[in-house]
Design a binder for this molecule. Structure first.
Ligand code: NDP
Length: 312
């Protein structure tokens, strides 16, 4: 198997990974960054970003991530396509396998693998995924122009995606499992003011109906037990995210949801020389700017670690 030895490996290509790469490259750590399955991370599936400082007129998420990548590359980071599939953190240098076909041995590792969309875990949802079922309105809403769609979820993501879909689709049926929304007040108000979004409170999805494509959805009112079948063409899931930390199980401390634990105020994990940044270790803030900030912290922590060991 092909192998190489480096000072600093960065896993992940969202704001945390690329910011770590900018700092690590400028500190002459010669970082290698593997992008993972979704280069640019979650921001590549959003539209307008209005709250990232430095863009007075806002910016499209995918465009912003191109800027991040270009900046890291200009500083000298070695940016590669590839997915970390296995790790061995038992000894220095740390071992990380890429696509099960290459071994990278690194003096320090910065984990910035982010988080991924959660699913309802219905058989029909999995079977029809890609055939009318989607976890990204911005990616797939276009296919349902002028059609009836449904969305499940009640957070800011669900509200944002329902509003996005309302501009493309004839009607948006929004299923909320409790009698209130978790989304911020302003987003809730926008949803409720939109005439073609119909909100169903206390409503759970029982089944998505259709053989080879989505034709309808069957929902249940948990208060009354009433079952309703609504004809739709697209079904969107927006119920939050889970951290991409599976390959670190058994090596790194994590909470019950799988978020990596770091020593408060630092990016240090329980293994000296392994650092974590961005959404994989943050279930509270989850913003591009906080992810970028923690990526900076991880690179500075890694630089101090490598210097103290005399490795850079
Ligand atoms: P959240 O965790 O905030 O919300 C998830 C929603 O999905 C909750 O309403 C939850 O319901 C619901 N849900 C979870 N599981 C199920 C299920 N099995 N069936 C039905 N409903 C379910 O995730 P978001 O992705 O919405 O947001 C994540 C973070 O990102 C938040 O902090 C949010 O504020 C932020 N964000 C900010 C934006 C902005 O400012 N523009 C845009 C998007 C996100 P329940 O409430 O009952 O638990």
């Amino acid at each position: 198997m092909e192998s190489e030895k480096i000072h600093c490996l960065i896993i992940g290509s969202g704001p945390a990974g690329y910011t770590a790469a900018v700092y690590a490259a400028r500190a002459n750590m010669k970082p290698v960054l593997y992008q993972g399955i979704q280069p640019g991370g979650q921001l590549t599936i959003t539209t307008e970003v209005e709250n990232y400082p430095g863009y007075p007129d806002g910016v499209q998420g995918p465009e912003m991530m191109v800027h991040f990548e270009k900046q890291a590359a200009r500083m000298g980071a070695d940016i590669r396509f590839g997915l970390a599939t296995k790790v061995d953190f038992s000894a220095q240098p740390f071992k990380v396998w890429i696509d099960e076909e290459k071994l990278v041995e690194a003096d320090s590792v910065i984990i910035a693998t982010g988080a991924s969309a959660k699913w309802l875990n219905l058989e029909s949802e999995q079977r029809l995924n890609g055939f009318g079922v989607s976890a990204c309105a911005v990616c797939d809403g276009f296919f349902f122009r002028g059609k009836e769609v449904a969305i499940v979820g009640a957070g800011d993501t669900a509200a944002e995606e329902a509003l996005y879909l309302s501009k493309l689709c004839s009607n948006v049926h929004m299923f909320i499992r409790r009698d209130e929304m978790r989304a911020s007040k302003v987003m809730q108000e926008r949803v409720q003011r939109t005439p073609n979004i119909k909100v169903y409170w206390n409503t759970n999805t029982e089944e998505i109906v259709g053989e080879n494509k989505v034709e309808a959805v069957r929902v249940k009112n948990v208060k009354t037990g009433e079952l309703t079948t609504i004809p739709i063409s697209g079904f969107f899931v927006a119920i939050g995210h889970q951290p991409n930390s599976d390959i670190f199980k058994g090596w790194l401390d994590m909470d019950e949801a799988g978020y990596l634990k770091t020593i408060p105020g630092t990016s240090k994990t329980n293994i000296e020389g392994v650092f974590a940044a961005g959404d994989v270790q943050d279930k509270i803030y989850r913003q591009a700017v906080t992810a970028a900030g923690s990526g900076c912290m991880a690179a500075l922590d890694a630089e101090r670690y490598l210097s103290a060991k005399g490795l850079v």
